[in-house]
Design a protein around this ligand. Structure first.
Ligand code: GUN
Length: 292
């Protein structure tokens, strides 16, 4: 029997608890967690994600701001805006939506955010702390993928876990988190240059995929009973859909769901967990600020 790892339902449950904790923080300490999302340029997909993140934050009772800048914004203008957010005591979390226009260096921009407000977990300081196994705000997608496993009682202790993808946002931090002393997984990182990927993924107890390629893996890549967690969000043409497109993961859900013990759907799997972890990180950043 295959069980679906329902990210939508899990995220909603976590968010209910978060809303209560947010209210308590406000009544007990007079602090309302605040999230600022920075959007540079007119990328339509980014605009949708930013709107969703900000709306969810407001729904939970957070202070929520979106700062929109034209694609022609200079490095100095952007740094100045981030300086303002770093100094603003109403803001506990800052997220600069990626990708940025080509003339803006993402590392330089992200590192302008003060680490205590880095709710995306992407500054060099946050990444360094994660690598060292020290307390930090962890990147939202890998954190959400692992939380989903936790909620369904799937342990990683001593298991063979294959991570497909080595991006800075997902694959690499996920591999670090899985191999930590808390998770104790035996981790293999596969990527676009990996030879005989199927031979490697077939030996896995758990496969976590964030490769950014629609239907890259199918039933031939997995063994019976595998746990599959798919962070892919790819749009493919779909004549039956209203807008002519549909969202699919990196895994061919149709065939793989027949042999997996647990699998995330796309949409409704990892995506909602990512947003949920952003909200949780913002709450944690506000809590830390309240404790000095
Ligand atoms: N663009 C796509 N995913 C993300 C994310 O998790 N964080 C940021 N900042 N930008 C993104």
């Amino acid at each position: 029997m295959t069980e679906i790892l329902d990210g939508k339902k899990t995220a909603e449950e976590i968010q209910e608890g978060l809303a209560e904790r947010i209210e308590r923080l406000q009544t007990e300490k007079g602090i309302r967690p605040g999230l600022a999302v920075v959007l540079v340029g007119e990328d339509p997909a980014s605009a949708i994600y930013v709107r969703m993140k900000s709306k969810r934050a407001a729904k939970l009772g957070m202070h929520s701001e979106v700062l929109k800048f034209p694609a022609t914004t200079t490095k100095d203008e952007l740094h100045k805006a981030i300086d303002g957010l770093n100094l603003n005591s109403d803001i506990h979390g800052i997220l600069v939506q990626l990708p940025l226009p080509d003339h803006l260096d993402p590392h330089e921009t992200i590192d302008w955010i003060m680490p205590a407000k880095d709710v995306d977990g992407l500054t060099a300081i946050s990444q360094g702390l994660l690598y060292r196994g020290q307390p930090c705000l962890a990147p939202c997608t890998p954190k959400g993928m692992l939380r989903l496993l936790d909620v369904y009682g799937i342990t990683t202790e001593g298991k063979n876990v294959v991570v497909v993808g080595r991006s800075e946002l997902v694959g690499r931090p996920l591999a670090v988190m899985l191999s930590s002393r808390k998770r104790n997984a035996t981790v293999t990182v596969a990527h676009t240059r990996t030879r005989n990927l199927g031979e490697i993924t077939k030996k896995a107890d758990i496969v976590a995929i964030a490769a950014g390629k629609a239907h890259m893996l199918n039933a031939s890549h997995f063994s019976e009973g595998v746990v599959v967690i798919d962070a892919g969000t790819n749009t493919i043409p779909c004549p039956e859909a209203k807008n002519g497109q549909k969202l699919v993961g990196d895994v061919d859900y149709e065939s793989v769901s027949k042999l997996a013990s647990y699998i995330t759907p796309v949409p409704g799997g990892v995506g909602p967990m990512t947003v949920c972890m952003l909200l949780e990180n913002t709450f944690e950043a506000a809590l830390m600020a309240s404790e000095g």
